[in-house]
Ligand binder design. Structure first.
Ligand SMILES: *Cc1c(COP(=O)(O)O)cnc(C)c1O
Length: 376
């Protein structure tokens, strides 16, 4: 069934199509000048030292774990209310994820108090996820990390250009990962970015992205290098120039796209503040944020009540989702059990409503009135 109001819509037009076409015409389609240009845009727009483009955010997160020296015997604190990749990357590096609860329905990011409680002599790092693009409590988290000498990896997939106290998300911890998957704020189909202010980490990330090789095909093709050495056990995590060209167009549009999303979000918050039984997470946020998604949390009922509400919304032609089915409940994480009451509550009560720049105020009103009428 085609929804009259989908969850998400691509902010694509002929600019993305032409960028891809021009790159194909240029004769160089693998990692090359378009990736360089995209990385430079990230460095400039994020005011960050280094940016390394990669195939997807999962690859960027894997690289984060390696450059933070995580390995067997190390424990890494991570929320369970996230996409599985935030947790899987820890295991790719051979380290052990330790789940931390979120603060609650009003603030669905990792709880700094939980972080302090779960620190052991084995703890080496924290993976922070900025849900929906709203900043986690970074002052508290960075203070804890300094006290216990922990690395901080920001999974900033939801928060391109989101801010926390005048700093961009992704530039506060040691390193960060962004996604250009098709439903993210920047869409290229697949794609991602690793960023850091640490020169050593950036150098290593660049090696890991391409088999640990000291030069890339483009440098050899353009006569800047004739041979190479292999310094690290690397991967093929490169993004091609066709996608990078699309990402450049997406990044140019991003500031305006986010300004429009802020208006959509404001309309939702205004409408939903009058609806009993619905909690809007981060309702008190004053920061500039990306509004990647529009999560709401039902105050009553259980998971089957929430699912029944979603079904009724879908009948009205409106698509919804759940962010997220908690990771600790998946079969492969059964052995990593933890008591996470706030995460359990939110994962059973959350509904993600449509969010994109092209949503009209009438459509937002209509989503809100459908939600209100099916809750009653
Ligand atoms: C989308 C997403 C990822 C994975 O990104 P890919 O680019 O698909 O690998 C990781 N973490 C979070 C929080 C995400 O939303």
């Amino acid at each position: 069934m085609a929804y009259s109001i989908p969850l998400f819509n691509l902010n694509f037009d002929e600019r993305e199509a032409l960028a891809a076409y021009d790159t194909i015409q240029s004769g160089w389609i693998s990692t090359g000048p378009k990736n360089e240009e995209l990385e430079k845009m990230f460095v400039d727009m994020w005011h960050v030292g280094y940016a390394v483009s990669v195939t997807n955010c999962t690859a960027a997160l894997h690289i984060c774990c390696i450059v933070c020296d995580l390995g067997p015997g190390d424990e890494v604190l991570v929320p369970s209310l996230t996409f599985a990749a935030s947790v899987n990357c820890i295991r790719y590096a051979g380290a052990t994820p330790v789940f931390c609860d979120i603060i609650g329905p009003e603030h669905i990011n990792i709880d700094p108090k939980e972080i302090e409680k779960k620190i052991t002599h084995k703890t080496k790092a924290i993976v922070v996820v900025h849900m929906a693009g709203f900043p986690a409590q970074m002052d508290e988290i960075m203070a804890i990390s300094r006290k216990h000498n922990l690395k901080v990896i920001e999974d900033a997939c939801h928060g391109p250009l989101s801010e926390y106290k005048d700093r961009k998300l992704g530039t506060i911890g040691d390193c960060a990962a962004f996604s250009f998957f098709s439903n993210k704020n920047i869409s290229t189909g697949e794609g991602g970015m690793f960023i850091t202010n640490n020169e050593e980490m950036a150098k290593k990330a660049r090696l890991l992205r391409s088999h640990g090789m000291t030069t890339m095909s483009y440098q050899r093709a353009s006569g800047h290098a004739t041979t190479y050495d292999i310094l690290e056990l690397g991967y093929n995590y490169r993004m091609d120039d066709i996608r990078a060209a699309i990402a450049i167009e997406q990044l140019k549009k991003l500031p305006t796209d986010l300004e429009t999303r802020i208006k959509v979000r404001q309309r939702y918050v205004e409408n939903l503040s009058k609806v009993k039984g619905v909690v809007v997470p981060f309702a008190d946020n004053k920061e500039f944020v990306s509004n990647y998604i529009m999560p709401v949390v039902l105050a009553e009922g259980d998971a089957s009540y929430r699912d029944a509400i979603r079904d009724k919304i879908h009948v009205a032609g409106i698509q919804t989702s759940v962010h997220y089915p908690a990771v600790h409940r998946f079969s492969i994480y059964k052995g990593f059990c933890a008591e996470l009451p706030q995460t359990d509550f939110v994962t059973d009560h959350e509904i993600t409503l449509p969010m994109y720049a092209a949503l009209t105020m009438d459509q937002v009103d209509s989503v809100c009135s459908v939600l209100e009428s099916v809750i009653k």
